[in-house]
Design a protein around this ligand. Structure first.
Ligand SMILES: Cc1cc2nc3c(=O)[nH]c(=O)nc-3n(C[C@H](O)[C@H](O)[C@H](O)COP(=O)(O)OP(=O)(O)OC[C@H]3O[C@@H](n4cnc5c(N)ncnc54)[C@H](O)[C@@H]3O)c2cc1C
Length: 473
């Protein structure tokens, strides 16, 4: 019997798991994919939004502003990369000027620091800004975060504090008993006092396992280009178009590794899991990005990807966070700014759980990563002396050593696939997109997991890379 079962290990499920790990509770997280954070939580703009944009009075506004403030401590405790680079929302027309005035008012009501900057100041802040720009709204508390590392770190720390994680285990149905729930999966059945639904795109389906239907998730896809890291000063802030009824518009933003993201689009689609990209949509994204920077460096693009927003069809798409049946808590319809809001969502869930007692030995800190490429030459030499595998670079683009890959596999919530290693320590994120490092990572995974090389997958279950020998024995 568990006290709590959390369904879904995206950023929301992982934040809730870590938040509740401080109490004397038996907690199980069930995730249908073979790794944590494989849904929207790893295919987004990676912005810790400041919170000037959501409509005042909504859950989105309240939780975004609070969540943003909570990130410094979380990232320090968990050794997660985040930088408060600030955001600039650009005006390119008289109409945009009016929208910026409205947004400034909104920022005041939401309690977010923001100010208007002139065309001249903007040019000084961002030398590559479009010549169309008339000014901007500057929100200094906006940040960029490594979203892959965040989910892994949250879950690793939750597990260090006793939370159990079952991967490749999909919740199929939930039976309400007298004083508990029986959660049935493709692998077994578990009794629990509380169920917390953090199932993202499928949060409506999971809710309907217990509650009458009261909302539907509308999948809204966002497509991006990724540019290589080529110049840390190309764009220094997150640059936004003015938001419209369709969403926040397109952005150009550095990532924590000084790649640049260009996107996303915003289109309602039929299939919840269809994260394909298409040339026409991406061409539109590129057009809109020219409203942000003049010399868009499309010659530096190394990848395209898409993420799927889980938009609810009620309350104008606000988050649904409530105990909809006795001890059944929905965290549903968590579209943008869900990443920024997730620490505050977890806090809200914490306040809904009754009769809990703090653990004496709860440890909020995660053992830091090695991050060889950020160390001085002397510090690298020291590590290599201790363990020569730090001197064996397996990913030349991102400068990742074999020892770091092994560490990413051996930790709690460790990598089990090539994509899992990529998300944790970055081999495959560079210019060659895994062309050179993938076979090396496959070998390390096979050795560490004591598996045959043909059993190693790229990502999803069944995505095998090798099928057999073509030469030799
Ligand atoms: C294009 C795009 C851009 C965005 N940009 C930003 C941004 O810059 N800043 C920001 O704050 N927010 C942003 N967001 C929003 C943010 O990414 C999401 O709000 C957040 O990731 C949602 O997290 P989640 O845990 O609810 O969902 P997910 O990450 O999708 O996790 C849900 C998990 O539940 C699992 N699951 C589903 N059904 C079951 C089941 N039956 N049994 C077991 N497991 C199940 C899934 O496999 C999945 O892993 C963006 C989103 C998109 C798509």
């Amino acid at each position: 019997m568990y006290n709590i079962i959390i369904i879904g290990a995206g950023v929301v499920g992982a934040q809730v798991a870590r938040r509740l790990a401080r109490y004397k509770l038996d907690i199980l997280v069930l995730e249908k994919e073979n790794d944590v954070g494989d849904g929207a939580s790893s295919a987004n703009s990676a912005i810790v939004h400041s919170g000037y944009d959501p409509e005042p009075g909504t859950l989105k506004a309240k939780l975004n502003v609070l969540g943003n403030k909570m990130y410094d401590e979380i990232c320090a405790d968990l050794d997660v990369e985040m930088e408060r680079i600030g955001s600039l929302t650009l005006s390119n027309s008289e109409e945009d000027d009016k929208t910026l005035q409205d947004l400034l008012e909104r920022a005041k009501i939401n309690g977010v620091e923001a100010r208007l900057v002139s065309k001249e100041e903007l040019k000084e802040m961002e030398p590559n800004i479009t010549s169309k720009a008339r000014g901007a709204l500057f929100a200094p508390s906006a940040g960029i975060i490594n979203p892959f590392e965040l989910v892994v770190a949250l879950m690793e720390n939750a597990m260090d504090n006793g939370v159990k994680l079952h991967l490749s285990e999909e919740v199929k149905s939930i039976e309400k008993k007298d004083n508990s729930y029986l959660v049935k999966t493709n692998k077994g059945e578990y009794e629990t006092d509380y169920v917390i639904n953090c199932a993202g795109l499928y949060s409506d389906k999971v809710s309907e396992m217990v509650n009458p239907k009261f909302f539907t998730i509308i999948p809204k896809r966002g497509e991006y280009y990724v540019l290589d890291h080529f110049d840390n000063n190309y764009v220094k802030h997150t640059l936004f178009n003015v938001p419209s009824a369709k969403g926040k518009g397109v952005l150009v933003s550095p990532t924590t590794h000084y790649n640049y993201l260009v996107g996303p689009s915003s289109e309602v689609v039929d299939e919840r899991d269809d994260v394909s990209t298409d040339a026409e949509t991406l061409a539109n994204v590129k057009e809109k990005a020219y409203d942000l920077v003049d010399n868009l460096r499309m010659d530096k693009q190394i990848r395209q990807f898409a993420g799927m927003r889980a938009v609810s069809d009620i309350n104008h798409g606000d988050f649904i966070i409530e105990e909809t049946s006795h001890h059944f808590i929905n965290c549903a319809g968590i579209q943008s700014p869900g990443l920024a809001s997730s620490p505050a969502i977890a806090l809200m869930v914490d306040e809904m759980i009754k009769d809990k007692e703090l653990k004496e030995d709860y440890n909020p800190k995660r053992r830091p990563l090695y991050r060889l490429n950020k160390l001085s030459f002397a510090d690298r030499q020291k590590l290599i002396k201790e363990n020569p595998l730090f001197g064996h670079i397996v990913c030349r683009c991102e400068k990742v050593s074999e020892a770091e890959v092994i560490d990413a596999i051996r930790r709690n919530c460790g990598a089990r696939t090539i994509k899992g290693v990529k998300k944790r320590v970055r081999p495959g994120f560079g210019k060659c997109q895994g062309g050179f490092c993938e076979p090396l990572i496959l070998n390390i995974l096979a050795k560490e997991l004591n598996k045959d090389k043909t059993e190693i997958t790229y990502g999803k279950d069944g995505s095998y890379i090798l099928i057999g020998r073509t030469k030799g024995e």
